[in-house]
Write a protein that binds this ligand. Sequence first.
Ligand SMILES: Nc1ncnc2c1ncn2[C@@H]1O[C@H](COP(=O)(O)OP(=O)(O)O)[C@@H](O)[C@H]1O
Ligand code: SF4
Ligand SMILES: [Mg+2]
Length: 325
Amino acid sequence: MESIIKTDKIRKYFHNRKRGHVIKACDDISLDLQQGKTLGLVGESGCGKTTVGRIIIRLLYPDSGTVLFKGINLTELSWKRIRPLRKNFQMIFQDSSAAFNPRMRVYDTLKEAIRLYGSFKAGEIREEIHNLTFRVNLHRGLLNHFVGNLSGGELKRLDIARVLSIHPEFIIADEPLSLLDMSIQSQIVNLLLSVQQEENTTILFISHDLKMVRMLSHTVAVMYGGRIVEYALKSSITENPLHPYTTYLWNPKSSDLFIRFFESGCVYKNSCRLFHKKGFPLICSEKQPKLLEYEKGHYAACHFAGMSKARHVLAGYGGYNGKPG
Ligand SMILES: Nc1ncnc2c1ncn2[C@@H]1O[C@H](COP(=O)(O)OP(=O)(O)O)[C@@H](O)[C@H]1O
Ligand code: SF4
Ligand SMILES: [Mg+2]
């Protein structure tokens, strides 16, 4: 299967000069997005998900690392050479209102999007707009309304219609469900699934909710503190999570711990139940674990991810005598 997007060790640090510290928003992130598939990128707010998305479509430049789009190195291209490629990758924003002018009418907004990359005659534009509103289930009566008067769900549909009008090969959906009611959320999930089926679109689906990610994704990357801590097929992450943070994400109601503050070592240590249960092993507080393959195609970054009873130990059922991975 063809790789549409491949990132290799992308890194982005933000320097907060006032406070004198560095935010490692994205640290050595390597991802592979296959044509027609969805990669779910999941993690708590502030862990770096949006930064990864913005770097992939060159809204942000990485400190190091590369992003390949169908083998073309986007990080090497000038703005001028990126522009014609932009048609191929589009982003659905968390806050769709930020993507539009609230004082423009819905019809004109879609017309502008269609004209940006396509050449249509006047009659064809009208037909295309009607097709789009039908596809995203946006009531035609809204075409004359101002964008600023749309509800959250309508705005999200408009954003998806805008993206669809461009027929991109790759879509980043950044927390597209977070501001919507439950009933609208499932409609949007179904809409994304049908778009993927019809156009063989590749999707990077970003969310803080692992259960939501599971509905859409073929592969899942779990992020914490700017790093990928687990990366596997959805079935493996569901049936056999290897990293303590992934286990926590499956059941976030069990309140996470705040242990004590260690500066170096594993990014997850200050919240890690396993670190606590094992009596604060030095290896965790001194060394960042590498992302290693524990089962075929199933990667985790935890010194103890390889232990067979990891989940039971986390739940407090048993002890562990194995060696660190
Ligand atoms: N332009 C920026 N300048 C400084 N810090 C930033 C900037 N963008 C993001 N950050 C910081 O980087 C971290 C990751 O942010 P972000 O990628 O938005 O996370 P997420 O999407 O997972 O919530 C956060 O601590 C955020 O405050
Ligand atoms: S390496 Fe240690 S601190 Fe990090 S996730 Fe694994 S057990 Fe927890
Ligand atoms: Mg974000």
